[in-house]
Design a protein around this ligand. Structure first.
Ligand code: PEP
Ligand code: MN
Length: 441
């Protein structure tokens, strides 16, 4: 059965780098194949079980992190602040949903990017496009943009150290619910965020109640945290496939959950083929042109057994389209009897470029798509099972709006993303409070 793991090699693989030296890629591939797995099969199974609960309407998924992680930014402080932001959001969402929130970072492997063009031209100079730190460097010089397979091994090691820190933070006391809530209290104390004070006060009372009841110490101080990324680069993903010694089945061990992007989800393409063979929970992005037929065929290929938690559809329609296109898609899939987990990515359908050349997104458009997502699910009677957002724990200025009112002139002050614009720490919390209000409805 495992011979099938290489069937993808005969198919078209979009968005792959043109490696100049295939022998070097082969060597790196052998090296990666001999490394320990980054995540374990049992953990991926546990996440699948958690996602199954979300698909049934009994849990909510929070998935978030950078558009593109970088090797340079994999520092303790930045990783801590991203984890902290996700934990803070999760507390608010848990309260709003009255359900467990499954925390999944776009972290420890989100190093490869699909691009609309193979090349980039600046001031008359054309170089290969930046495809993420797993492939080449961002600096606009021929040396940096040259693709280098040794980056695949570096990416593995950076992912390992990132994951190590995440495990330490989430198991070692940093995730203490009371501490996380204290951070949130700091956030709502600022005048711009006072509208969230009453929700924070309700959470305060709920926590005191739990403590008074003597809720188990572990439940308050530790949390499950999973990692995920777009499984884009097949020369990274394939060598990290391992056969689980318990079951003899293949798992992608580069991350707990792997997703297929909007540009590589062709049914007869290499990405869908390879991921169809793995036992991990799999996500697929669906943009506004996705038809019911596309969704049903993806279900048939990726989840033929209709296994709960196996497949997550991550819709990214755009605020202007979601109310028109999502209900039909939900209905078509519902009527087929399938029950995938549906979550929304309110970021990728809402990109704009300012006159000054910044790629950005409006906080209000992001919120509008989120509301459209909840409306569509309410209309069809399906469960709005989670959110997928690009965010950072830093005070960057990449998305417009939010209670700090970031305007076009402010974008330049701290725009750090090498790819898509991320919500900053405060915008992320604001989003969580607003989604919690939506969930309480
Ligand atoms: C992304 O998640 O960064 C991305 C490229 O998204 P999509 O596949 O939805 O375009
Ligand atoms: Mn992105």
């Amino acid at each position: 059965m495992n011979e099938g793991l290489d069937a993808y090699r005969a198919l078209e693989a979009k968005q792959q780098p043109q490696w100049p030296d295939l022998a070097a890629v082969q060597k790196v591939s052998e090296e990666l194949s001999s490394q320990p797995p980054l995540v374990f099969a049992g953990e991926a199974d546990q996440l699948r079980a958690r996602l199954a609960a979300a698909a049934r309407g009994e849990a909510f998924l929070l998935q978030g992190g950078d558009c593109a992680e970088t090797f340079e930014a994999a520092t303790a402080d930045k990783i801590r602040d991203r984890v902290k932001t996700l934990l803070q959001m999760a507390v608010v969402l848990t309260y709003g949903a009255s359900m467990p929130v499954i925390k999944v970072g776009r972290m420890a492997g989100q190093f490869a990017k699909p691009r609309s063009s193979d090349t980039e031209t600046r001031d008359g100079v054309t170089l290969p496009a930046y495809r993420g730190d797993l492939v080449n460097g961002y600096d606009f010089t021929p040396e940096s943009r040259a693709v280098d397979p040794n980056r695949l091994t570096r990416g593995y090691h950076v992912s390992a150290s990132t994951l190590n820190l995440i495990r330490a933070f989430t198991q070692g006391g940093f995730a203490d619910l009371r501490q996380v809530h204290e951070w949130n209290k700091g956030f709502v104390r600022t005048p711009a965020n006072q509208r969230y004070e009453s929700l924070a006060a309700e959470i305060d009372r709920a926590l005191k109640f739990m403590e008074a009841c003597g809720v188990d110490h572990t439940a308050l101080t530790q949390t499950e945290f999973y990692v995920s990324h777009e499984a884009l680069l097949l020369d990274y993903e394939r060598p990290l496939v391992r056969i689980d010694s318990r079951t003899g089945l293949p798992y992608g061990t580069s991350g707990h959950m792997l997703w297929i992007g909007e540009r590589t989800r062709d049914l007869d393409g290499a990405h869908v083929e390879l991921l169809s063979r793995l036992r991990n929970p799999i996500g697929v992005k669906l943009g506004p042109t996705a038809s019911v037929d596309d969704a049903l065929r993806l279900i048939e290929k990726l989840d033929p057994e209709r296994e709960p938690g196996r497949l997550t559809f991550i819709t990214r329609m755009g605020a202007g389209k979601i109310r028109d296109v999502l209900p039909g898609l939900l209905e078509g899939v519902r009527d087929s009897g399938a029950q995938p987990l549906w979550i929304t990515d309110p970021m990728h359908g809402n990109g704009i470029t300012t006159e000054t050349g910044y790629k950005t997104r409006r906080f209000d458009d992001v919120m509008d798509e989120l509301r459209g997502f909840f409306e569509a699910h309410r209309e069809v009677g399906t469960f709005p099972g989670g959110i997928h957002v690009e965010l950072t724990g830093d005070d960057v200025t990449e998305c417009l709006g939010g209670s700090e009112n970031i305007d076009e002139a402010t974008l330049a002050t701290r725009y750090e993303s090498l790819c898509d614009p991320r919500l900053n720490h405060r915008q992320s919390l604001e989003l969580a409070f607003q989604v919690a209000e939506e969930l309480k409805k």
